[in-house]
Design a protein around this ligand. Structure first.
Ligand SMILES: Cc1cc2nc3c(=O)[nH]c(=O)nc-3n(C[C@H](O)[C@H](O)[C@H](O)COP(=O)(O)OP(=O)(O)OC[C@H]3O[C@@H](n4cnc5c(N)ncnc54)[C@H](O)[C@@H]3O)c2cc1C
Length: 552
């Protein structure tokens, strides 16, 4: 990451809160557990999303959360060192605290959120690592907002997908857009099919039919087929299924860049089919929301507060430098960059895969579980912010740019309540693929972006300097972001339970059905918390003798 200029979380260092509610231990043979949790008067059931928004996946996510509350209590809470305070780490910590354990979150930076982190510039304007969109088909993320009581922070937009038509203008000289409108009264998949059929600007009717025929095996053979398609790139799949090239050029270049910051010649078809599946199966699946402000304060802090209130700990600016092992290759402790050691009962790494690979102890490297991590690598991406002296658009939504250097963009002064400005525009734009640009100076990147904006805003921006003026810009480079989902990567994604009894993995690159996304990260944290809690119940984690195992 390009480090942030200002700490979003003041008073970094050790943050601790009161211990969770008292729990009674009842020893009735091994493993002994406490069964009468939550204590009387405590909330027993999570609130659930309103019924009309509830899909089968949403119900599953709610039930999965509830299972942590209903789980038998451990004899004593395990001290669990969770490495990283991105969405995976904070989600893992939250659910560990629900299961009665004590998470100690160790974050290298002075800001929460990892790839959703943000910070303020010298003027107090927020700069984000990435433009982030939440989808209706994010059951575990939506459930998290519900459980934290912050659902009103998700600002849902009209149920549409809007594609720019660069170089094309309306009669009065404005940028033209092509919209896929999902009718509110129709259930999935009908709403999606009508949205596709009614859009005639991007694809002709015969092209839609040919694409529909190409998709038939996915509809007929379901998940098995979706998984098998990981061996093919999007472009290879299109050719194999006889889908015209124009479908790729008109729709899937934009889709691939939005889904994984790469082109369809490289992206695995499994990624596209997984997204289409969700969008076509869930009535609200493709509905999009913007958070109402910066993710570290509006989402990550409530996640951290939740576990802090239940006895967890958060230690900022705590970078681990190596993993120390016992003779049996289990984890003995974490060596911190400041020279101290952190010892816990169990450990969860949520570090990005590229960092994890560097951190692996020599003794673990030949194990197939860890060896296959070599098949995963982060993909470069650049997030750009541009502040203009006047309004450039009135569209309060995500826009697919369909231009060579850019992926999606939005005018955050409209889409996000926390960044609202009635006079000026703040465009946030994702620059991808970024492979050839990540090493270039910010000025060159802004210049190339401006060149594309002249085509996207023909009426508002003029090369001669008349029209809207760029007031300032910020470029955030992430050289190794989410894992690059090229064809064949699924085989390399590790499950959350490792062969080391006291070491677990989470992070959006780990195996789960929601790709490398905020949902994937949140769900992976939940899966790791579940795997660890189950292992604690089954007594397979070698516990530290001392009750206060975590020492610095
Ligand atoms: C530009 C951009 C746009 C995106 N847009 C979207 C979107 O619209 N929708 C969507 O769903 N997803 C989007 N994503 C993806 C999403 O942000 C990620 O999938 C998700 O946030 C990953 O979370 P994570 O917890 O797995 O990893 P991370 O967020 O990377 O968290 C890992 C944490 O570990 C910490 N860490 C690393 N090394 C150490 C160490 N040695 N010691 C201690 N701590 C350490 C890091 O500082 C970090 O906080 C986008 C990503 C980017 C970059």
């Amino acid at each position: 990451f390009v480090p942030g200029s200002g700490p979003a979380l003041k008073g970094a260092g050790l943050v601790s809160a009161r211990q969770g509610s008292s729990r009674v231990s009842r020893r009735n043979g091994a493993p002994s557990m406490i069964f009468d949790f939550p204590a009387p008067g405590e909330r027993k059931d999570y609130p659930r999303p309103p019924l009309e928004e509830t899909s089968e996946n949403q119900r599953e996510a709610a039930a999965f959360s509830q299972a942590f509350i209903d789980m038998p209590r451990p004899e004593r809470p395990l001290n669990v060192a969770v490495i990283g305070a991105g969405l995976a780490g904070l989600s893992c910590a939250k659910y560990l605290s629900d299961a009665g354990h004590k998470p100690i979150v160790l974050e290298a930076r002075d800001v929460l959120g990892g790839k959703v982190s943000a910070w303020q510039d010298k003027d107090g304007d927020w700069v984000e690592t990435g433009l982030h969109i939440f989808f209706g088909a994010y059951p575990n993320v939506n459930q998290m907002f519900t459980e934290l009581g912050i659902r009103d922070r998700l600002q849902w937009k009209s149920h549409s997908m809007i594609f720019a038509m660069p170089g094309q203008q309306t009669a009065d000289g404005f940028q033209r857009f092509s919209r896929f409108e999902f009718p509110a009264l129709l259930p999935a998949p009908l709403n999606g099919l009508v949205a596709i059929l009614l859009n005639n600007e991007m694809l002709t009717f015969p092209e839609k039919i040919q694409f529909g025929i190409g998709l038939l095996p996915a509809i007929l053979f379901g998940q098995k087929y979706v998984e098998e398609c990981d061996s093919l790139t999007v472009s290879e799949w299109m050719k194999k299924q006889g889908v015209p090239d124009r479908v790729n050029d008109e729709v899937f270049i934009a889709m691939a860049k939005a889904l994984n910051f790469i082109d369809p010649e490289n992206l695995s078809m499994t990624v596209v089919l997984t997204a289409l599946n969700r969008f076509l199966q869930e009535t609200h699946g493709s509905k999009m929301a913007f958070l109402d402000g910066p993710p570290p304060t509006r989402l990550c802090q409530p996640m951290a507060d939740y576990m802090l209130e239940r006895g967890g700990e958060l230690r900022m600016e705590q970078r681990i430098s190596s993993i120390l092992l016992n003779d049996d290759k289990t984890v003995k402790g974490l060596k911190m960059q400041d020279g101290s050691t952190v010892v816990a009962d169990a450990y969860v790494s949520t570090m990005p895969v590229d960092i994890l690979k560097l951190m692996l102890p020599q003794e673990w490297k030949p194990m197939p579980y860890f060896e296959k991590l070599n098949g995963l690598n982060g993909v470069p991406v650049i997030n750009i912010h541009m502040w203009f002296d006047r309004k450039l658009t009135t569209v309060d939504h995500l826009l697919f740019s369909r231009s060579p250097l850019l992926s999606v963009y939005a005018d955050m002064s409209l889409t996000c309540k926390g960044y609202r400005d009635d006079e000026k525009s703040m465009l946030e734009l994702v620059f991808a693929p970024a492979k050839d640009w990540i090493g270039k100076p910010d000025e060159a990147i802004i210049e190339a972006t401006m060149a594309e904006l002249y085509r996207l805003f023909p009426n508002e921006l003029n090369k001669d300097g008349s029209g809207a003026q760029l007031l300032k810009s910020a470029v955030v480079k992430t050289p190794l972001s989410v894992y690059e989902a090229t064809a064949g990567r699924e085989l390399y994604r590790p499950v959350q339970t490792s062969p080391i009894s006291n070491f677990f993995l989470a992070g959006c690159f780990t195996k789960q059905k929601y790709l490398a996304s905020m949902e994937g990260a949140t769900f992976s944290g939940k899966l790791a918390a579940r795997a660890l809690s189950d292992a604690a119940i089954a007594d397979t984690i070698p516990l530290k003798k001392a009750a206060s195992a975590v020492a610095a």
